[in-house]
Design a protein around this ligand. Structure first.
Ligand code: ZN
Length: 163
């Protein structure tokens, strides 16, 4: 029979073994470190005056959300990828459901519909791109309750939002 050796460490971490929140929480713009709290102050991205108002740090695990000067410049790469993915998805859906032909204007209807969709989705896309970009640098930490967040090295109070 195999014996299981419980180390001291195992005993300590056991009370914290609640289920890992799904990675899909990132699509709801949750903090990548705890996947529990909203990164943005107003949970509705279509309240346009508040769309980009973020919490300074995660209200649950204290992860700073602006981790270096001009950090969210990189969110545009994520936004670009998401926009292309969404356009490919609507293109394929249109292809299957409506179809394309050289002899009529159906492709332009798809183009118009896709453009409207992207404009309407824009506030959400901008937010989720920031969440996605931050998730490249801040990983889920199952011990976020006890671990402090990584200290910031390259921030500059005077240069905040100055990019
Ligand atoms: Zn958090």
């Amino acid at each position: 029979m195999e014996t299981i050796h419980l180390t001291r460490e195992n005993n300590i971490t056991m009370p914290h073994t609640d289920r890992t929140p799904s990675v899909f929480n990132l699509f709801a713009c949750k903090c990548p470190r705890c996947r529990k709290a909203n990164m943005f102050q107003d949970s509705n991205p279509w309240h346009l005056k508040n769309t980009m108002k973020m919490n300074k740090e995660c209200p649950i695990c204290n992860q700073p959300l602006d981790i270096e000067v001009g950090f969210y410049f990189g969110a545009s790469y994520v936004a670009y990828a998401l926009t292309v993915a969404l356009s490919v998805a609507t293109f394929v859906a249109w292809w299957v459901l409506v179809g394309f032909s050289l002899y009529d204007n159906r492709i332009f209807y798809w183009l118009a519909l896709n453009a409207v969709l992207l404009v309407v989705a824009q506030p959400y896309l901008m937010r989720v791109s920031r969440t996605g970009w931050l998730a490249f640098f801040v990983k889920y930490d199952k011990n976020w309750r006890s671990n402090p967040p990584q200290p910031l090295e390259r921030t500059n109070k005077d240069q905040e939002n100055n990019w």
